[in-house]
Design a protein around this ligand. Structure first.
Ligand code: GLA
Length: 350
C-alpha cells in the first residue's frame, strides 16, 4: 500500500491555529511517500536519508521514526490493532524547512495504514490521528493546520480554515501575473520545538489572566489589561487574525499588492511581537523588501528557521535570487535553496 501526502505553505495566519484563529494554507507539489508492507518486525526505511531502523517493540527513538510510531499509537489508542509492518519512505520535501514534512509523514502513514488494514475512518478523524502523533508522542503541542491541509487540500485553491469551528472554505488561488516562491533558509534552530510549546503556554496564560476561554473572545481593548511579552503575543494573534480575513478578501479581489503588504506585516509581527523569527529569515525578508517586483515575503511555519514565502511579479524573482544567494552565503556561510511553488491536492493513494 503506497500513499503520498503533500507539504504545505501557509499564506498567512501564523501561530493562530492553536489559538482558535484563522489560517490560509495550501498544499504544495512536494510530497512524502509512504509504502507499507507486512513484516515480522517493525522496519522503517527512509530512502531520502538512506537510513533504516528496525525494532522488535515500539518505543520512542528520538528520530524521524517517532512520527510513524506516534501514528501507530494513535490508532491503537482508538482500539485498532496493527501487526508489525515495514514502512518505506521517500520524500522531496525538505526536512525542517518549515513546509510541514512531519505532518506529511504522519498523514501519509495514517492513510497507508488505514487503507492497508481496511480501517473505516472519516477524513476528519484522520486529521486527529495524525495530529495526536505529533502532540502526544513526539511532544510538539501543534495546532491543526498542517495535518488538516495535507488531507483536505485541492489543487488551485487555498483553504480558509476557522480553527475554532473547523468550518472551511476553498479560496481560488488565481495568481494571474504573480508567482510564489519558497526560500529555504537551511537553518532550524534548536529551540524551535521547545519555544513552540512555550508560546502555546504563554497564550494559555493570556486567557487565564483575562479570564477568557478563547482567543476569539479577545478584543483589542483587552490588550490594555496585559503587559510585557504577554501583551505582545496577544497583539500578534489578534492582528494576525485580522490579516487573514483581509488576505482572503485580497485573494478574491486579485489585489496582490495589498496581499504582499500583509505578508510583510505578518513577518514584522512574528519578528517583534511573537518573537519566533531568526536572523537568517529576517535577513532574507529584509533583503527582498528593498527589491522592485517583490510584493511581499514572510517566514512561514513554526519559525526559528525554516522557509520564507515570497510573492513576486512574474519573471522578477530570477534575477533577484542570485544576488540574495551570494549575500546570504557571505553573511551566514550557507547556500540557500529555493523552489517555485504550485498548489496540490491533498493526500492520495498511489
Ligand atoms: C507549526 C505547527 C502548526 C502551526 C504553525 C505556526 O507548523 O505544526 O500547527 O501552529 O507551526 O503557525
Amino acid at each position: 500500500m503506497k500513499v503520498k501526502a503533500p507539504g504545505r505553505v501557509n499564506i498567512i495566519g501564523e501561530h493562530t491555529d492553536y489559538n482558535d484563529g484563522y489560517v490560509l494554507p495550501f498544499a504544495i507539489n512536494r510530497y512524502v511517500e509512504v509504502e507499507i508492507e507486512d513484516s515480522e518486525f517493525y522496519r522503517f526505511y527512509s530512502e531520502t536519508l538512506n537510513e533504516c531502523i528496525e525494532l522488535r517493540e515500539l518505543h520512542k527513538t528520538g528520530t524521524w521514526v517517532d512520527y510513524i510510531i506516534g501514528v501507530i499509537f494513535s490508532f491503537e489508542n482508538r482500539g485498532y490493532k496493527i501487526p508489525p509492518i515495514s514502512v518505506k519512505i521517500n520524500s522531496n520535501l525538505p526536512i525542517g524547512g518549515g513546509l510541514s514534512s512531519s505532518a506529511a509523514l504522519e498523514v501519509a502513514t495514517a492513510f497507508a495504514i488505514s487503507k492497508k488494514f481496511g480501517f473505516d475512518i472519516p477524513n476528519f478523524e484522520m486529521v486527529n490521528v495524525a495530529r495526536e502523533a505529533e502532540m502526544n508522542f513526539v511532544g510538539v503541542k501543534c495546532g491543526i493546520m498542517d495535518q488538516f491541509v495535507s488531507i483536505y487540500s485541492r489543487k488551485d485553491f487555498a483553504i480558509f480554515l476557522d480553527t475554532k469551528t473547523l468550518d472551511f472554505k476553498y479560496i481560488p488561488l488565481r495568481l494571474m501575473g504573480y508567482e510564489m516562491y519558497i526560500i529555504n533558509s537551511k537553518v532550524k534552530h534548536e529551540l524551535s520545538f521547545s519555544e513552540y510549546n512555550v508560546r502555546k503556554e504563554e497564550c494559555e496564560k493570556i486567557l487565564a489572566v483575562l479570564g477568557k476561554r478563547s482567543f476569539r473572545e479577545l478584543k483589542r481593548s483587552d490588550l490594555n489589561l496585559l503587559s510585557g511579552f504577554l501583551k505582545k503575543r496577544a497583539q500578534h494573534v489578534i492582528e494576525e487574525n485580522e490579516r487573514v480575513l483581509s488576505a482572503v478578501e485580497q485573494l478574491i479581489k486579485g489585489n496582490f499588492k495589498k496581499l504582499g503588504e500583509l505578508l510583510y506585516e505578518s513577518h514584522e509581527s512574528l519578528r517583534y511581537l511573537y518573537e519566533v523569527s531568526c536572523d537568517e529569515t529576517d535577513f532574507i525578508v529584509e533583503y527582498l523588501k528593498a527589491k522592485e517586483g517583490i510584493l511581499g515575503a514572510r517566514m512561514i511555519g513554526g519559525g526559528f528557521g525554516g522557509s520564507v514565502l515570497v510573492l513576486a511579479e512574474v519573471d522578477r524573482f530570477g534575477t533577484i535570487i542570485n544576488s540574495l544567494i551570494e549575500n546570504y552565503y557571505e553573511k551566514f556561510g550557507i547556500e540557500l535553496e529555493y523552489y517555485k511553488i504550485e498548489s496540490s491536492d491533498g493526500v492520495s493513494i498511489l
